[in-house]
Design a protein around this ligand. Structure first.
Ligand SMILES: [Zn+2]
Length: 340
C-alpha cells in the first residue's frame, strides 16, 4: 500500500460531491459517446504536439479518456470529457468517481492515527466542550506534523532506492531532496501518492542536471505506473513553476549506447546524425527519445555493429514502429544509405 498524507476535511468535501451526483449515473451512458467524439475533435484541433517532447505522435485512449504522447509516454490530457460549462455535471461526476476510488483509502490511513488517541467519530455531530475542541485540534495538528515527517523520511529513502537503481550521482539526489522539501513547504504533497511525487521529482532532478531519464526508465524503478509519474510530473512542474529546457536527443545517446553495448564510435556517429538532423530542422515535431533511438539504430549499422529495432526499442522504450518511421525519415532526408 502506498503511504498517503491527507487531511480529513478534503475527503469530506469530495465525498459530499460524490453523493450529490451519484443518482445521475444512468442518464450519462447515452451522452458518453458523443461527449468523447466531441472532445476528440477538440483535442486534435487544440493539441497538436506533446508539450513535453514536442512529438506529434499523440494517441487517444477513449476507454481511459486520456490523450497521451506515444513517444515519451506523457499523459497530456485526462478526463477529456471536460468540454466547457455545458458539461459541468459530467465533469463533476468524473471528480466524484476519482474520489470514490482514491479517497477512502487515504481516509482510512489517516483516521487510524487519530483514533489511537481518541475516537472522535463518536462525537461527530454532537456538541463538544471547548476543552475537547482544543484537544481535538491539537491532536489533528500533531498528527499532520508527524505524518509529514514520516512521509519525508519515507520519500528520502524511496528516492535513494530509485537513484541507486538508476545509478544517479549524489548531486542529483541532493537536488531531488531539495525539490521535495520545496514541494512539501508549498503543501503539494498532501493528498498525493508519495511514490508518484518522489519519482517525478527524481525525473525533474535528472532533467535539471542535463542527464535526462525517460519516463519509461523511471517507471522501471518506481512502484507506480508511468502514467502516475507523468501525472505527478505535470502537477509539480506547474505548481513549482519549473521552466525546464526541452531535452536534446543527444542527451540520451551516451546512456542508450552503453546500455546497448555500443562503443564510442557509434555514439559519435549517432550524435553527428542528430546534429545534422537538427540543422535541417528534421527534429521539429519529433520527440527527442525517438530521434535518439533512430540515430543510434542508423549509426550502429553504419559502423557495422547492427542492433535490431527490437533491441533498440527495449532499451529506449520507443516502439519499433516509431524507430522504423523515424530512421526511414532521417536516412532519406540526410541521404544516408542504410544497408542491412
Ligand atoms: Zn512526448
Amino acid at each position: 500500500m502506498q503511504p498517503m498524507v491527507e487531511e480529513k476535511q478534503d475527503v469530506d468535501v469530495e465525498e459530499k460531491d460524490f453523493e450529490r451526483f451519484e443518482g445521475e449515473e444512468d442518464s450519462e451512458d447515452i451522452e458518453e459517446t458523443t461527449v468523447i467524439e466531441r472532445s476528440k475533435e477538440r483535442l486534435y484541433r487544440e493539441i497538436k504536439e506533446c508539450p513535453e517532447c514536442h512529438s506529434r505522435d499523440l494517441v487517444l485512449d477513449p476507454e481511459r479518456a486520456e490523450l497521451y504522447c506515444n513517444e515519451c509516454g506523457l499523459v497530456i490530457e485526462e478526463d477529456i470529457v471536460d468540454l466547457g460549462p455545458e458539461w459541468r455535471a459530467f465533469d463533476f461526476e468524473q471528480v466524484s468517481k476519482r474520489a470514490r476510488v482514491g479517497a477512502p483509502m487515504t481516509y482510512r490511513i489517516h483516521d487510524k492515527g487519530l483514533s489511537t488517541l481518541i475516537d472522535w467519530s463518536a462525537t461527530e455531530g454532537k456538541a463538544i466542550s471547548s476543552e475537547q475542541h482544543r484537544l481535538k485540534k491539537w491532536q489533528q495538528r500533531m498528527h499532520v506534523t508527524n505524518t509529514s515527517e514520516r512521509s519525508f523520511v519515507f520519500a528520502l529513502s524511496e528516492m535513494d532506492r530509485m537513484a541507486s537503481a538508476l545509478g544517479l550521482p549524489t548531486n542529483i539526489r541532493e537536488t531531488a531532496a531539495m525539490l521535495y522539501r520545496k514541494a512539501m513547504k508549498k503543501g503539494l504533497i498532501r493528498g498525493r501518492s508519495i511514490e508518484g511525487i518522489t519519482t517525478a521529482i527524481l525525473y525533474i532532478a535528472c532533467r535539471l542536471h542535463g542527464v535526462p531519464r525517460t519516463l519509461d526508465e523511471m517507471a522501471e524503478v518506481s512502484r507506480v505506473s508511468q502514467k502516475e509519474i507523468s501525472r505527478s510530473y505535470r502537477f509539480l512542474s506547474r505548481e513549482l513553476d519549473l521552466k525546464l529546457q526541452p531535452t536534446s536527443p543527444i542527451d540520451f545517446v551516451p546512456r542508450f549506447c552503453s546500455k546497448l553495448g555500443l562503443d564510442g564510435e557509434v555514439e559519435a556517429k549517432a550524435i553527428e546524425i542528430i546534429k545534422e538532423a537538427q540543422e535541417k530542422e528534421l527534429t521539429n515535431g519529433r520527440g527527442p527519445i525517438g530521434i535518439a533511438a533512430a540515430a543510434i539504430y542508423i549509426a550502429a549499422i553504419l559502423c557495422g555493429k547492427h542492433k535490431t529495432q527490437k533491441e533498440v526499442s527495449e532499451v529506449t522504450g520507443v516502439t519499433e514502429v516509431t524507430i522504423r518511421n523515424r530512421y526511414k525519415e532521417l536516412a532519406e532526408e540526410l541521404d544516408i544509405e542504410v544497408i542491412l
